[in-house]
Design a protein around this ligand. Structure first.
Ligand code: ATP
Length: 218
């Protein structure tokens, strides 16, 4: 089936705070896969992990400031506006009804992909989106188990597949490996270290101005 719209990328996460690891992944996959745009989408309340330190509004504001001058990236506030526990399937249902002819691509780091079978209605997710898995160092793919079976059934090698089909494929793409983590940035700030050059200056200034990760909040 040939789609008339280019595929759209979605990079979800807590972004507590957004950093260059996230932003390079979004930009490199945008270019490599010829995506229409990448929506960077902070969740309201993550269901698989510890709750974020910064508020949803602060995490969104940091993402907005990070992508302000980059037209290929868009700060999408739909999960924050929806409130409640954030389930990706709800986001995809919402986007599919808004964009019935646009292939959707969930961009995930390999760490997130390894935990994919624990996501709410994970089998359904592949009816609404492709999964684009970005390689990160230090992660091994399993040879057996649900993730291995999923790859055998869904793996695609051609980029054309994600533009010609609305959902259902899994594609692996290498990205520049930047071992930056938000957890590490928060720890560095709490210890009084300078996190500059791990994240955009606009985000660094926002954090300084709002005392977002001061020791009392970590
Ligand atoms: P935390 O340290 O708080 O767990 P994080 O830095 O891993 O945060 P998340 O918001 O949890 O960031 O990640 C959102 C998405 O970005 C996930 O798919 C994750 O795999 C990916 N990601 C996170 N850090 C990097 C990085 N350095 N390079 C590439 N992808 C990344």
């Amino acid at each position: 089936m040939h789609q008339t719209h280019k595929a759209l990328g979605i990079l979800g996460g807590t972004f507590d705070p957004v950093h260059f690891g996230h932003l390079r992944m979004a930009l490199e996959l945008y270019e490599a896969l010829d995506l229409a745009k990448v929506h960077i989408m902070p969740c309201f309340q993550p269901v698989h992990r510890k709750q974020p330190v910064a508020t949803p509004e602060q995490r969104l504001a940091m993402v907005q400031s990070a992508v302000l001058d980059e037209p290929s990236l868009f700060a999408d506030d739909r999960e924050i506006k929806r409130k409640g526990p954030t389930y990706t399937i709800d986001t995809l249902l919402d986007m599919r009804s808004e964009m019935p002819d646009t292939p959707l691509c969930l961009l995930v780091g390999i760490d997130a992909f390894l935990g994919f079978p624990s996501w709410h209605r994970w089998k359904d997710i592949l009816n609404y989106a492709h999964l684009i898995v970005a390689h990160r160092p230090n992660y091994q793919l399993p040879a057996t188990g649900i993730v291995a079976d999923l790859m055998k059934a869904r793996l695609q090698n051609e980029i054309a597949f994600i533009h010609e089909n609305l959902a259902g494929g899994i594609l692996f793409r290498p990205i520049t490996s930047l071992e930056i983590s938000a957890t590490d940035i928060r720890k560095q700030i709490a210890m009084g270290r300078n996190p500059r050059y791990l994240l955009p200056d606009s985000v660094y200034h926002y954090i300084k101005q709002h005392g977002t990760y001061s020791i009392s909040r970590i």
